[in-house]
Ligand binder design. Structure first.
Ligand code: ADP
Ligand code: MG
Ligand code: ZN
Length: 610
């Protein structure tokens, strides 16, 4: 059973159309009779003419006007009025024409009718409009006025998410932990017999795109118990108190359906630390929602069989109260996949795509170090799209390699026009990186060099791929990295005796590497093993906060400059010594625009054997 009240909501435009129709109807029915002159005003001379023509039938005198009835040319009688004139002969003229004198001629409709048109109809009209508006408002806030603040939690039952653990590649530890929870819900007695009680809540934490939501959906697929799924942002409501009401309702539903699983995705939207710093109204609302969540989590006992799962990629921003024992006391890390994991994820997503028999996922896996599951899924899809574009019916290795670059560096900018001199500079720049990398001990081998510009703004790049998965970086590795990063600019200097803006990205990366070595990895002699910076959010952008005095910070800056300058000197030295080889490599790259690591090594070896 999956209820989604959103589908039954009528669009706002519907109510506007209704209101317009009512308005038009009223206008047509009521207003003409009110507005149209039932009493026609005529000039005094016209009045006299009518008397002369003996058309006037009845006449009444008011304080400031004369009201009379008269026939028109066709013989229809209507009511007229005209102003009073000092006319002494009027009575004689009227007598002569045979008109009747009366006390009064009603110039208005019956008082009842005018009361209805003047008062009752407008009120009815506004009441109807008001009702429509309030209903509309209630609908937009989810549910009609009677179910104010109902949660819109979708209830999933097994088959409906269509995902199982088989769809989640790698992440074995996470799957193991979740499997235990599922098992508990199936056989609670097994656990009770020994006296074990399961955690009430488990928190999936990890960088974006690593499959947290996917894992939760897979749990729903495996659990065979009701699975309530709601996203943290759905609690954030227009009115204070609504979010809390939704939480209350969600847990009420869950208690009725126990054993069951409640999944709160992106819990950081409501679970942020309550620091009260922002102080605005929105904060209040979030705080109330969070408090309600804490209360509800304390309120039911785990034995009932309600397990709460939540996911977040900013665990450090969560309120400490949420992480206390008895709440989300179990953390399930969902990390970026390692080589094995990446290959497994590629294979899972390749299952639905027609792949060439020669495809080697291992190479792709090695070229995508640091990629998330979502990015890997995207790489497979981009490759399939490329195969279609190329008019092929299977995906080849080239498609995959190209799509790795697309996902990492953006699409090729085929139309970009770059003049010969600039192209030459770019070629030497990239060869500078590659040659330095090849000459350094233990640097990762060059996989590909290209000077085809990308939509991301890159004018070319050199891709290195480690031969095997690395989890640690040594000081020597990082120093190598600095030399390789400065290699591009160094080549420009050695060959053209000029420097260009093309190295900006390298410079930024080099600065980050050097800084991290000093402030976080304790890799500088000057500062030793002291943490000078902390990372604010390990899973999202790597923004950091300084943990040292201003004075120290200035010395760190000086040290960063020194390290980069040393790396740069080393790159200049390597490239000056290998000038001939660099010319040959750059010439080859200019001609081919893209060369593979194998081609690159062939040219290198030929040179070395001479
Ligand atoms: P998160 O919630 O952690 O940000 P998602 O669960 O939304 O990430 O993952 C996005 C997509 O990436 C998934 O729909 C899936 O296609 C793919 N994906 C991520 N991790 C994996 C994995 N371990 N195995 C298979 N596919 C994955
Ligand atoms: Mg998610
Ligand atoms: Zn560069």
């Amino acid at each position: 059973m999956k209820t989604d009240p959103k589908n039954t909501r009528k669009p706002l435009a519907f109510y506007y159309v209704i209101a317009m129709l009512v308005l038009m109807l009223l206008n047509a029915l009521v207003f003409p009779s009110l507005m149209s002159p039932r009493v026609r005003e005529v000039s005094y001379s016209e009045f006299l003419t009518m008397i002369e023509e003996k058309r006037v039938q009845e006449v009444a005198m008011d304080t400031d006007q004369i009201v009379f009835t008269a026939q028109n040319a066709e013989g229809d009688v209507s009511i007229y009025k005209t102003g009073l004139w000092p006319d002494e002969k009027l009575v004689d003229r009227l007598n002569e024409s045979g008109a009747q004198f009366t006390a009064a001629i009603p110039t208005q409709d019956s008082p009842l009718l005018s009361f209805i048109t003047g008062w009752v109809l407008p009120i009815v009209f506004f009441v109807i409009i008001g009702q429509l508006m309030s209903r509309m408002l209630a609908k937009r806030m989810g549910g009609n006025a009677m179910q104010f603040g109902k949660s819109n939690a979708k209830v999933y039952v097994e088959s409906q998410t269509g995902k199982t653990f088989a769809d989640v590649a790698g992440q074995d530890e996470a799957k193991e932990a979740l499997r235990e929870i599922v098992d508990f819900l199936h056989n609670p007695d097994k656990y009770k017999a020994i006296g074990a009680s399961l955690p009430k809540g488990a928190l999936l934490v990890g960088p974006p795109g690593t499959g947290k939501t996917l894992l939760a959906k897979a749990v729903a697929g495996e659990a065979k118990v009701p699975f309530f799924s709601i996203s943290g942002s759905e609690f954030v409501e227009m009115f204070v108190g609504m979010g809390a009401a939704k939480v209350r309702d969600l847990f009420k539903q869950a208690a009725e359906k126990a054993p069951c699983i409640v999944f709160i995705d992106e819990i950081d939207t409501i679970g942020k630390k309550r620091d009260g710093a922002q102080g605005m109204g929105g904060n209040d609302e979030r705080e109330q929602t969070l408090n309600q969540l804490l209360t509800e989590m304390d309120g039911f006992d785990g034995a009932k069989g309600v397990v709460i799962l939540a996911a977040t990629n900013r665990p450090e921003s969560l309120d400490k109260a949420l992480l206390r024992p008895g709440r989300f006391d179990r953390r399930i890390p969902v990390e970026l996949p390692d080589l094995q994991g990446r290959v497994a994820i590629l294979k899972v997503h390749a299952k639905n795509v027609k792949m060439d028999a020669q495809v080697d996922f291992d190479t792709i896996g090695r070229a995508t170090s640091g990629a998330s599951g979502a990015e890997l899924a995207n790489i497979i899809n981009e490759a399939a799209l490329r195969a279609v574009r190329m008019g092929r019916d299977t995906v080849t290795q080239t498609d995959l390699e190209e799509s790795v670059e697309t996902v990492i560096a953006g699409y090729q900018r085929k139309g970009a026009v770059i003049n010969e001199r600039e192209k030459k500079i770019i070629a030497y720049h990239e060869i500078g990186h590659a040659l330095v990398a090849a000459r350094l001990k233990d640097a990762a081998p060059v996989h590909k060099i290209t000077i085809i510009p990308r939509t991301s703004g890159a004018l070319g790049y050199t891709m290195q791929v480690e031969e095997e998965e690395r989890v640690l970086m040594s000081r020597a590795d990082m120093l190598n990295q600095l030399v390789i990063l400065t290699g591009g600019r160094a080549a420009e200097e050695v060959v053209f005796h000029t420097i260009t803006s093309g190295a900006s990205n390298d410079i930024e990366k080099a600065t980050n590497v050097a800084r991290t070595m000093i402030t976080r990895y304790g890799m500088s002699d000057q500062f030793g093993m002291v943490a000078l910076e902390t990372v604010n959010n390990p899973y999202l952008s790597a923004d950091t906060s300084l943990m040292c005095s201003q004075d120290t910070s200035a010395r760190v800056d000086a040290e960063v400059q020194k390290m980069i300058a040393q790396a740069h000197d080393k790159a200049i030295e390597i490239l000056t010594n290998d000038r001939d080889l660099m010319d040959r490599l750059a010439g080859h790259l200019l001609e081919k625009e893209t060369i593979t690591g194998v081609e690159f090594m062939e040219i290198m070896e030929k040179e070395d054997h001479q």
